[in-house]
Design a binder for this molecule. Structure first.
Ligand code: ACO
Ligand code: ZN
Length: 179
């Protein structure tokens, strides 16, 4: 079995190792430390027999974009975005920055457990209205995991990644929608 727990400072080097092993999007130490210091409830690790095998880290942002709030699809968003920006209507939104599980430990539910806990913390602890993320358009395992939790492909960002690949912005609305 494995357990999901909050990360601590001393986990950062191992989290960085997992990130380097699993993803081409890598970050410097201070980036992880900043996430942990500011949104530590949403910085999670998976541990199996004392070994770190996965992580999920998120931050909370103030956004007015209805697409990121899970209130609109991209096509209708341009004007609503402009209007929301002018109104200065900022709402709390979770951003899943990165999630990964070490290859030998995949397909046994660890990604699911990390994402389930992330959603719960972002919704109940931080009280955000939505959770969003970017994912490579060819990353079927991750997209399929997100869709199982109800995330929708809300936007495509052309050339988002440094190698030129496009990203889907996927969004999960956490709160009831009201006018
Ligand atoms: N092929 C198809 N579907 C898959 C695959 C796969 N290889 N792997 C996971 N899934 C989907 C399935 O629907 C699966 O459910 P199932 O096993 O019942 O069929 C579901 O995801 C949940 O699987 P878990 O076992 O809970 O997930 P896992 O622990 O394997 O972690 C993860 C999934 C995190 C995407 C893992 O594959 C990984 O670390 N990949 C490399 C890093 C990565 O791509 N991270 C996401 C980048 S985007 C971002 O970070 C915001
Ligand atoms: Zn992102």
């Amino acid at each position: 079995m494995f357990k999901i727990r909050k990360a601590k400072d001393s986990d950062i080097p191992e989290v960085m190792k997992i990130n380097l092993e699993t993803l081409p999007e890598n970050y410097w130490y201070g980036f992880y430390k900043n996430l942990l210091d500011n949104w530590g409830e949403a910085f999670l690790v998976a541990e199996k027999e004392g070994v770190l095998v996965g992580y999920a880290m998120s931050r909370i942002e103030e956004q007015s974009d209805p697409v990121l709030l899970g209130l609109a699809k991209d096509e209708v968003s341009v004007w609503r975005r402009v209007i929301s920006t002018i109104k200065g209507d900022l709402r709390k939104v979770g951003h899943l920055v990165s999630i990964a599980v070490r290859a030998p430990y995949r397909r046994i539910g660890i990604g699911t457990a990390l994402l389930r806990e992330t959603i719960s913390v972002v919704d109940k602890f931080y009280n955000a209205e939505s959770l969003y993320l970017e994912v490579r358009v060819t990353n079927y395992p991750a997209i399929s995991l997100y869709e199982k939790f109800g995330f929708r492909k809300a936007r495509i960002v052309k050339g988002y990644y440094s190698d030129g690949e496009d990203a889907y912005v996927m969004v999960l609305r956490l709160k009831p929608t009201q006018a």
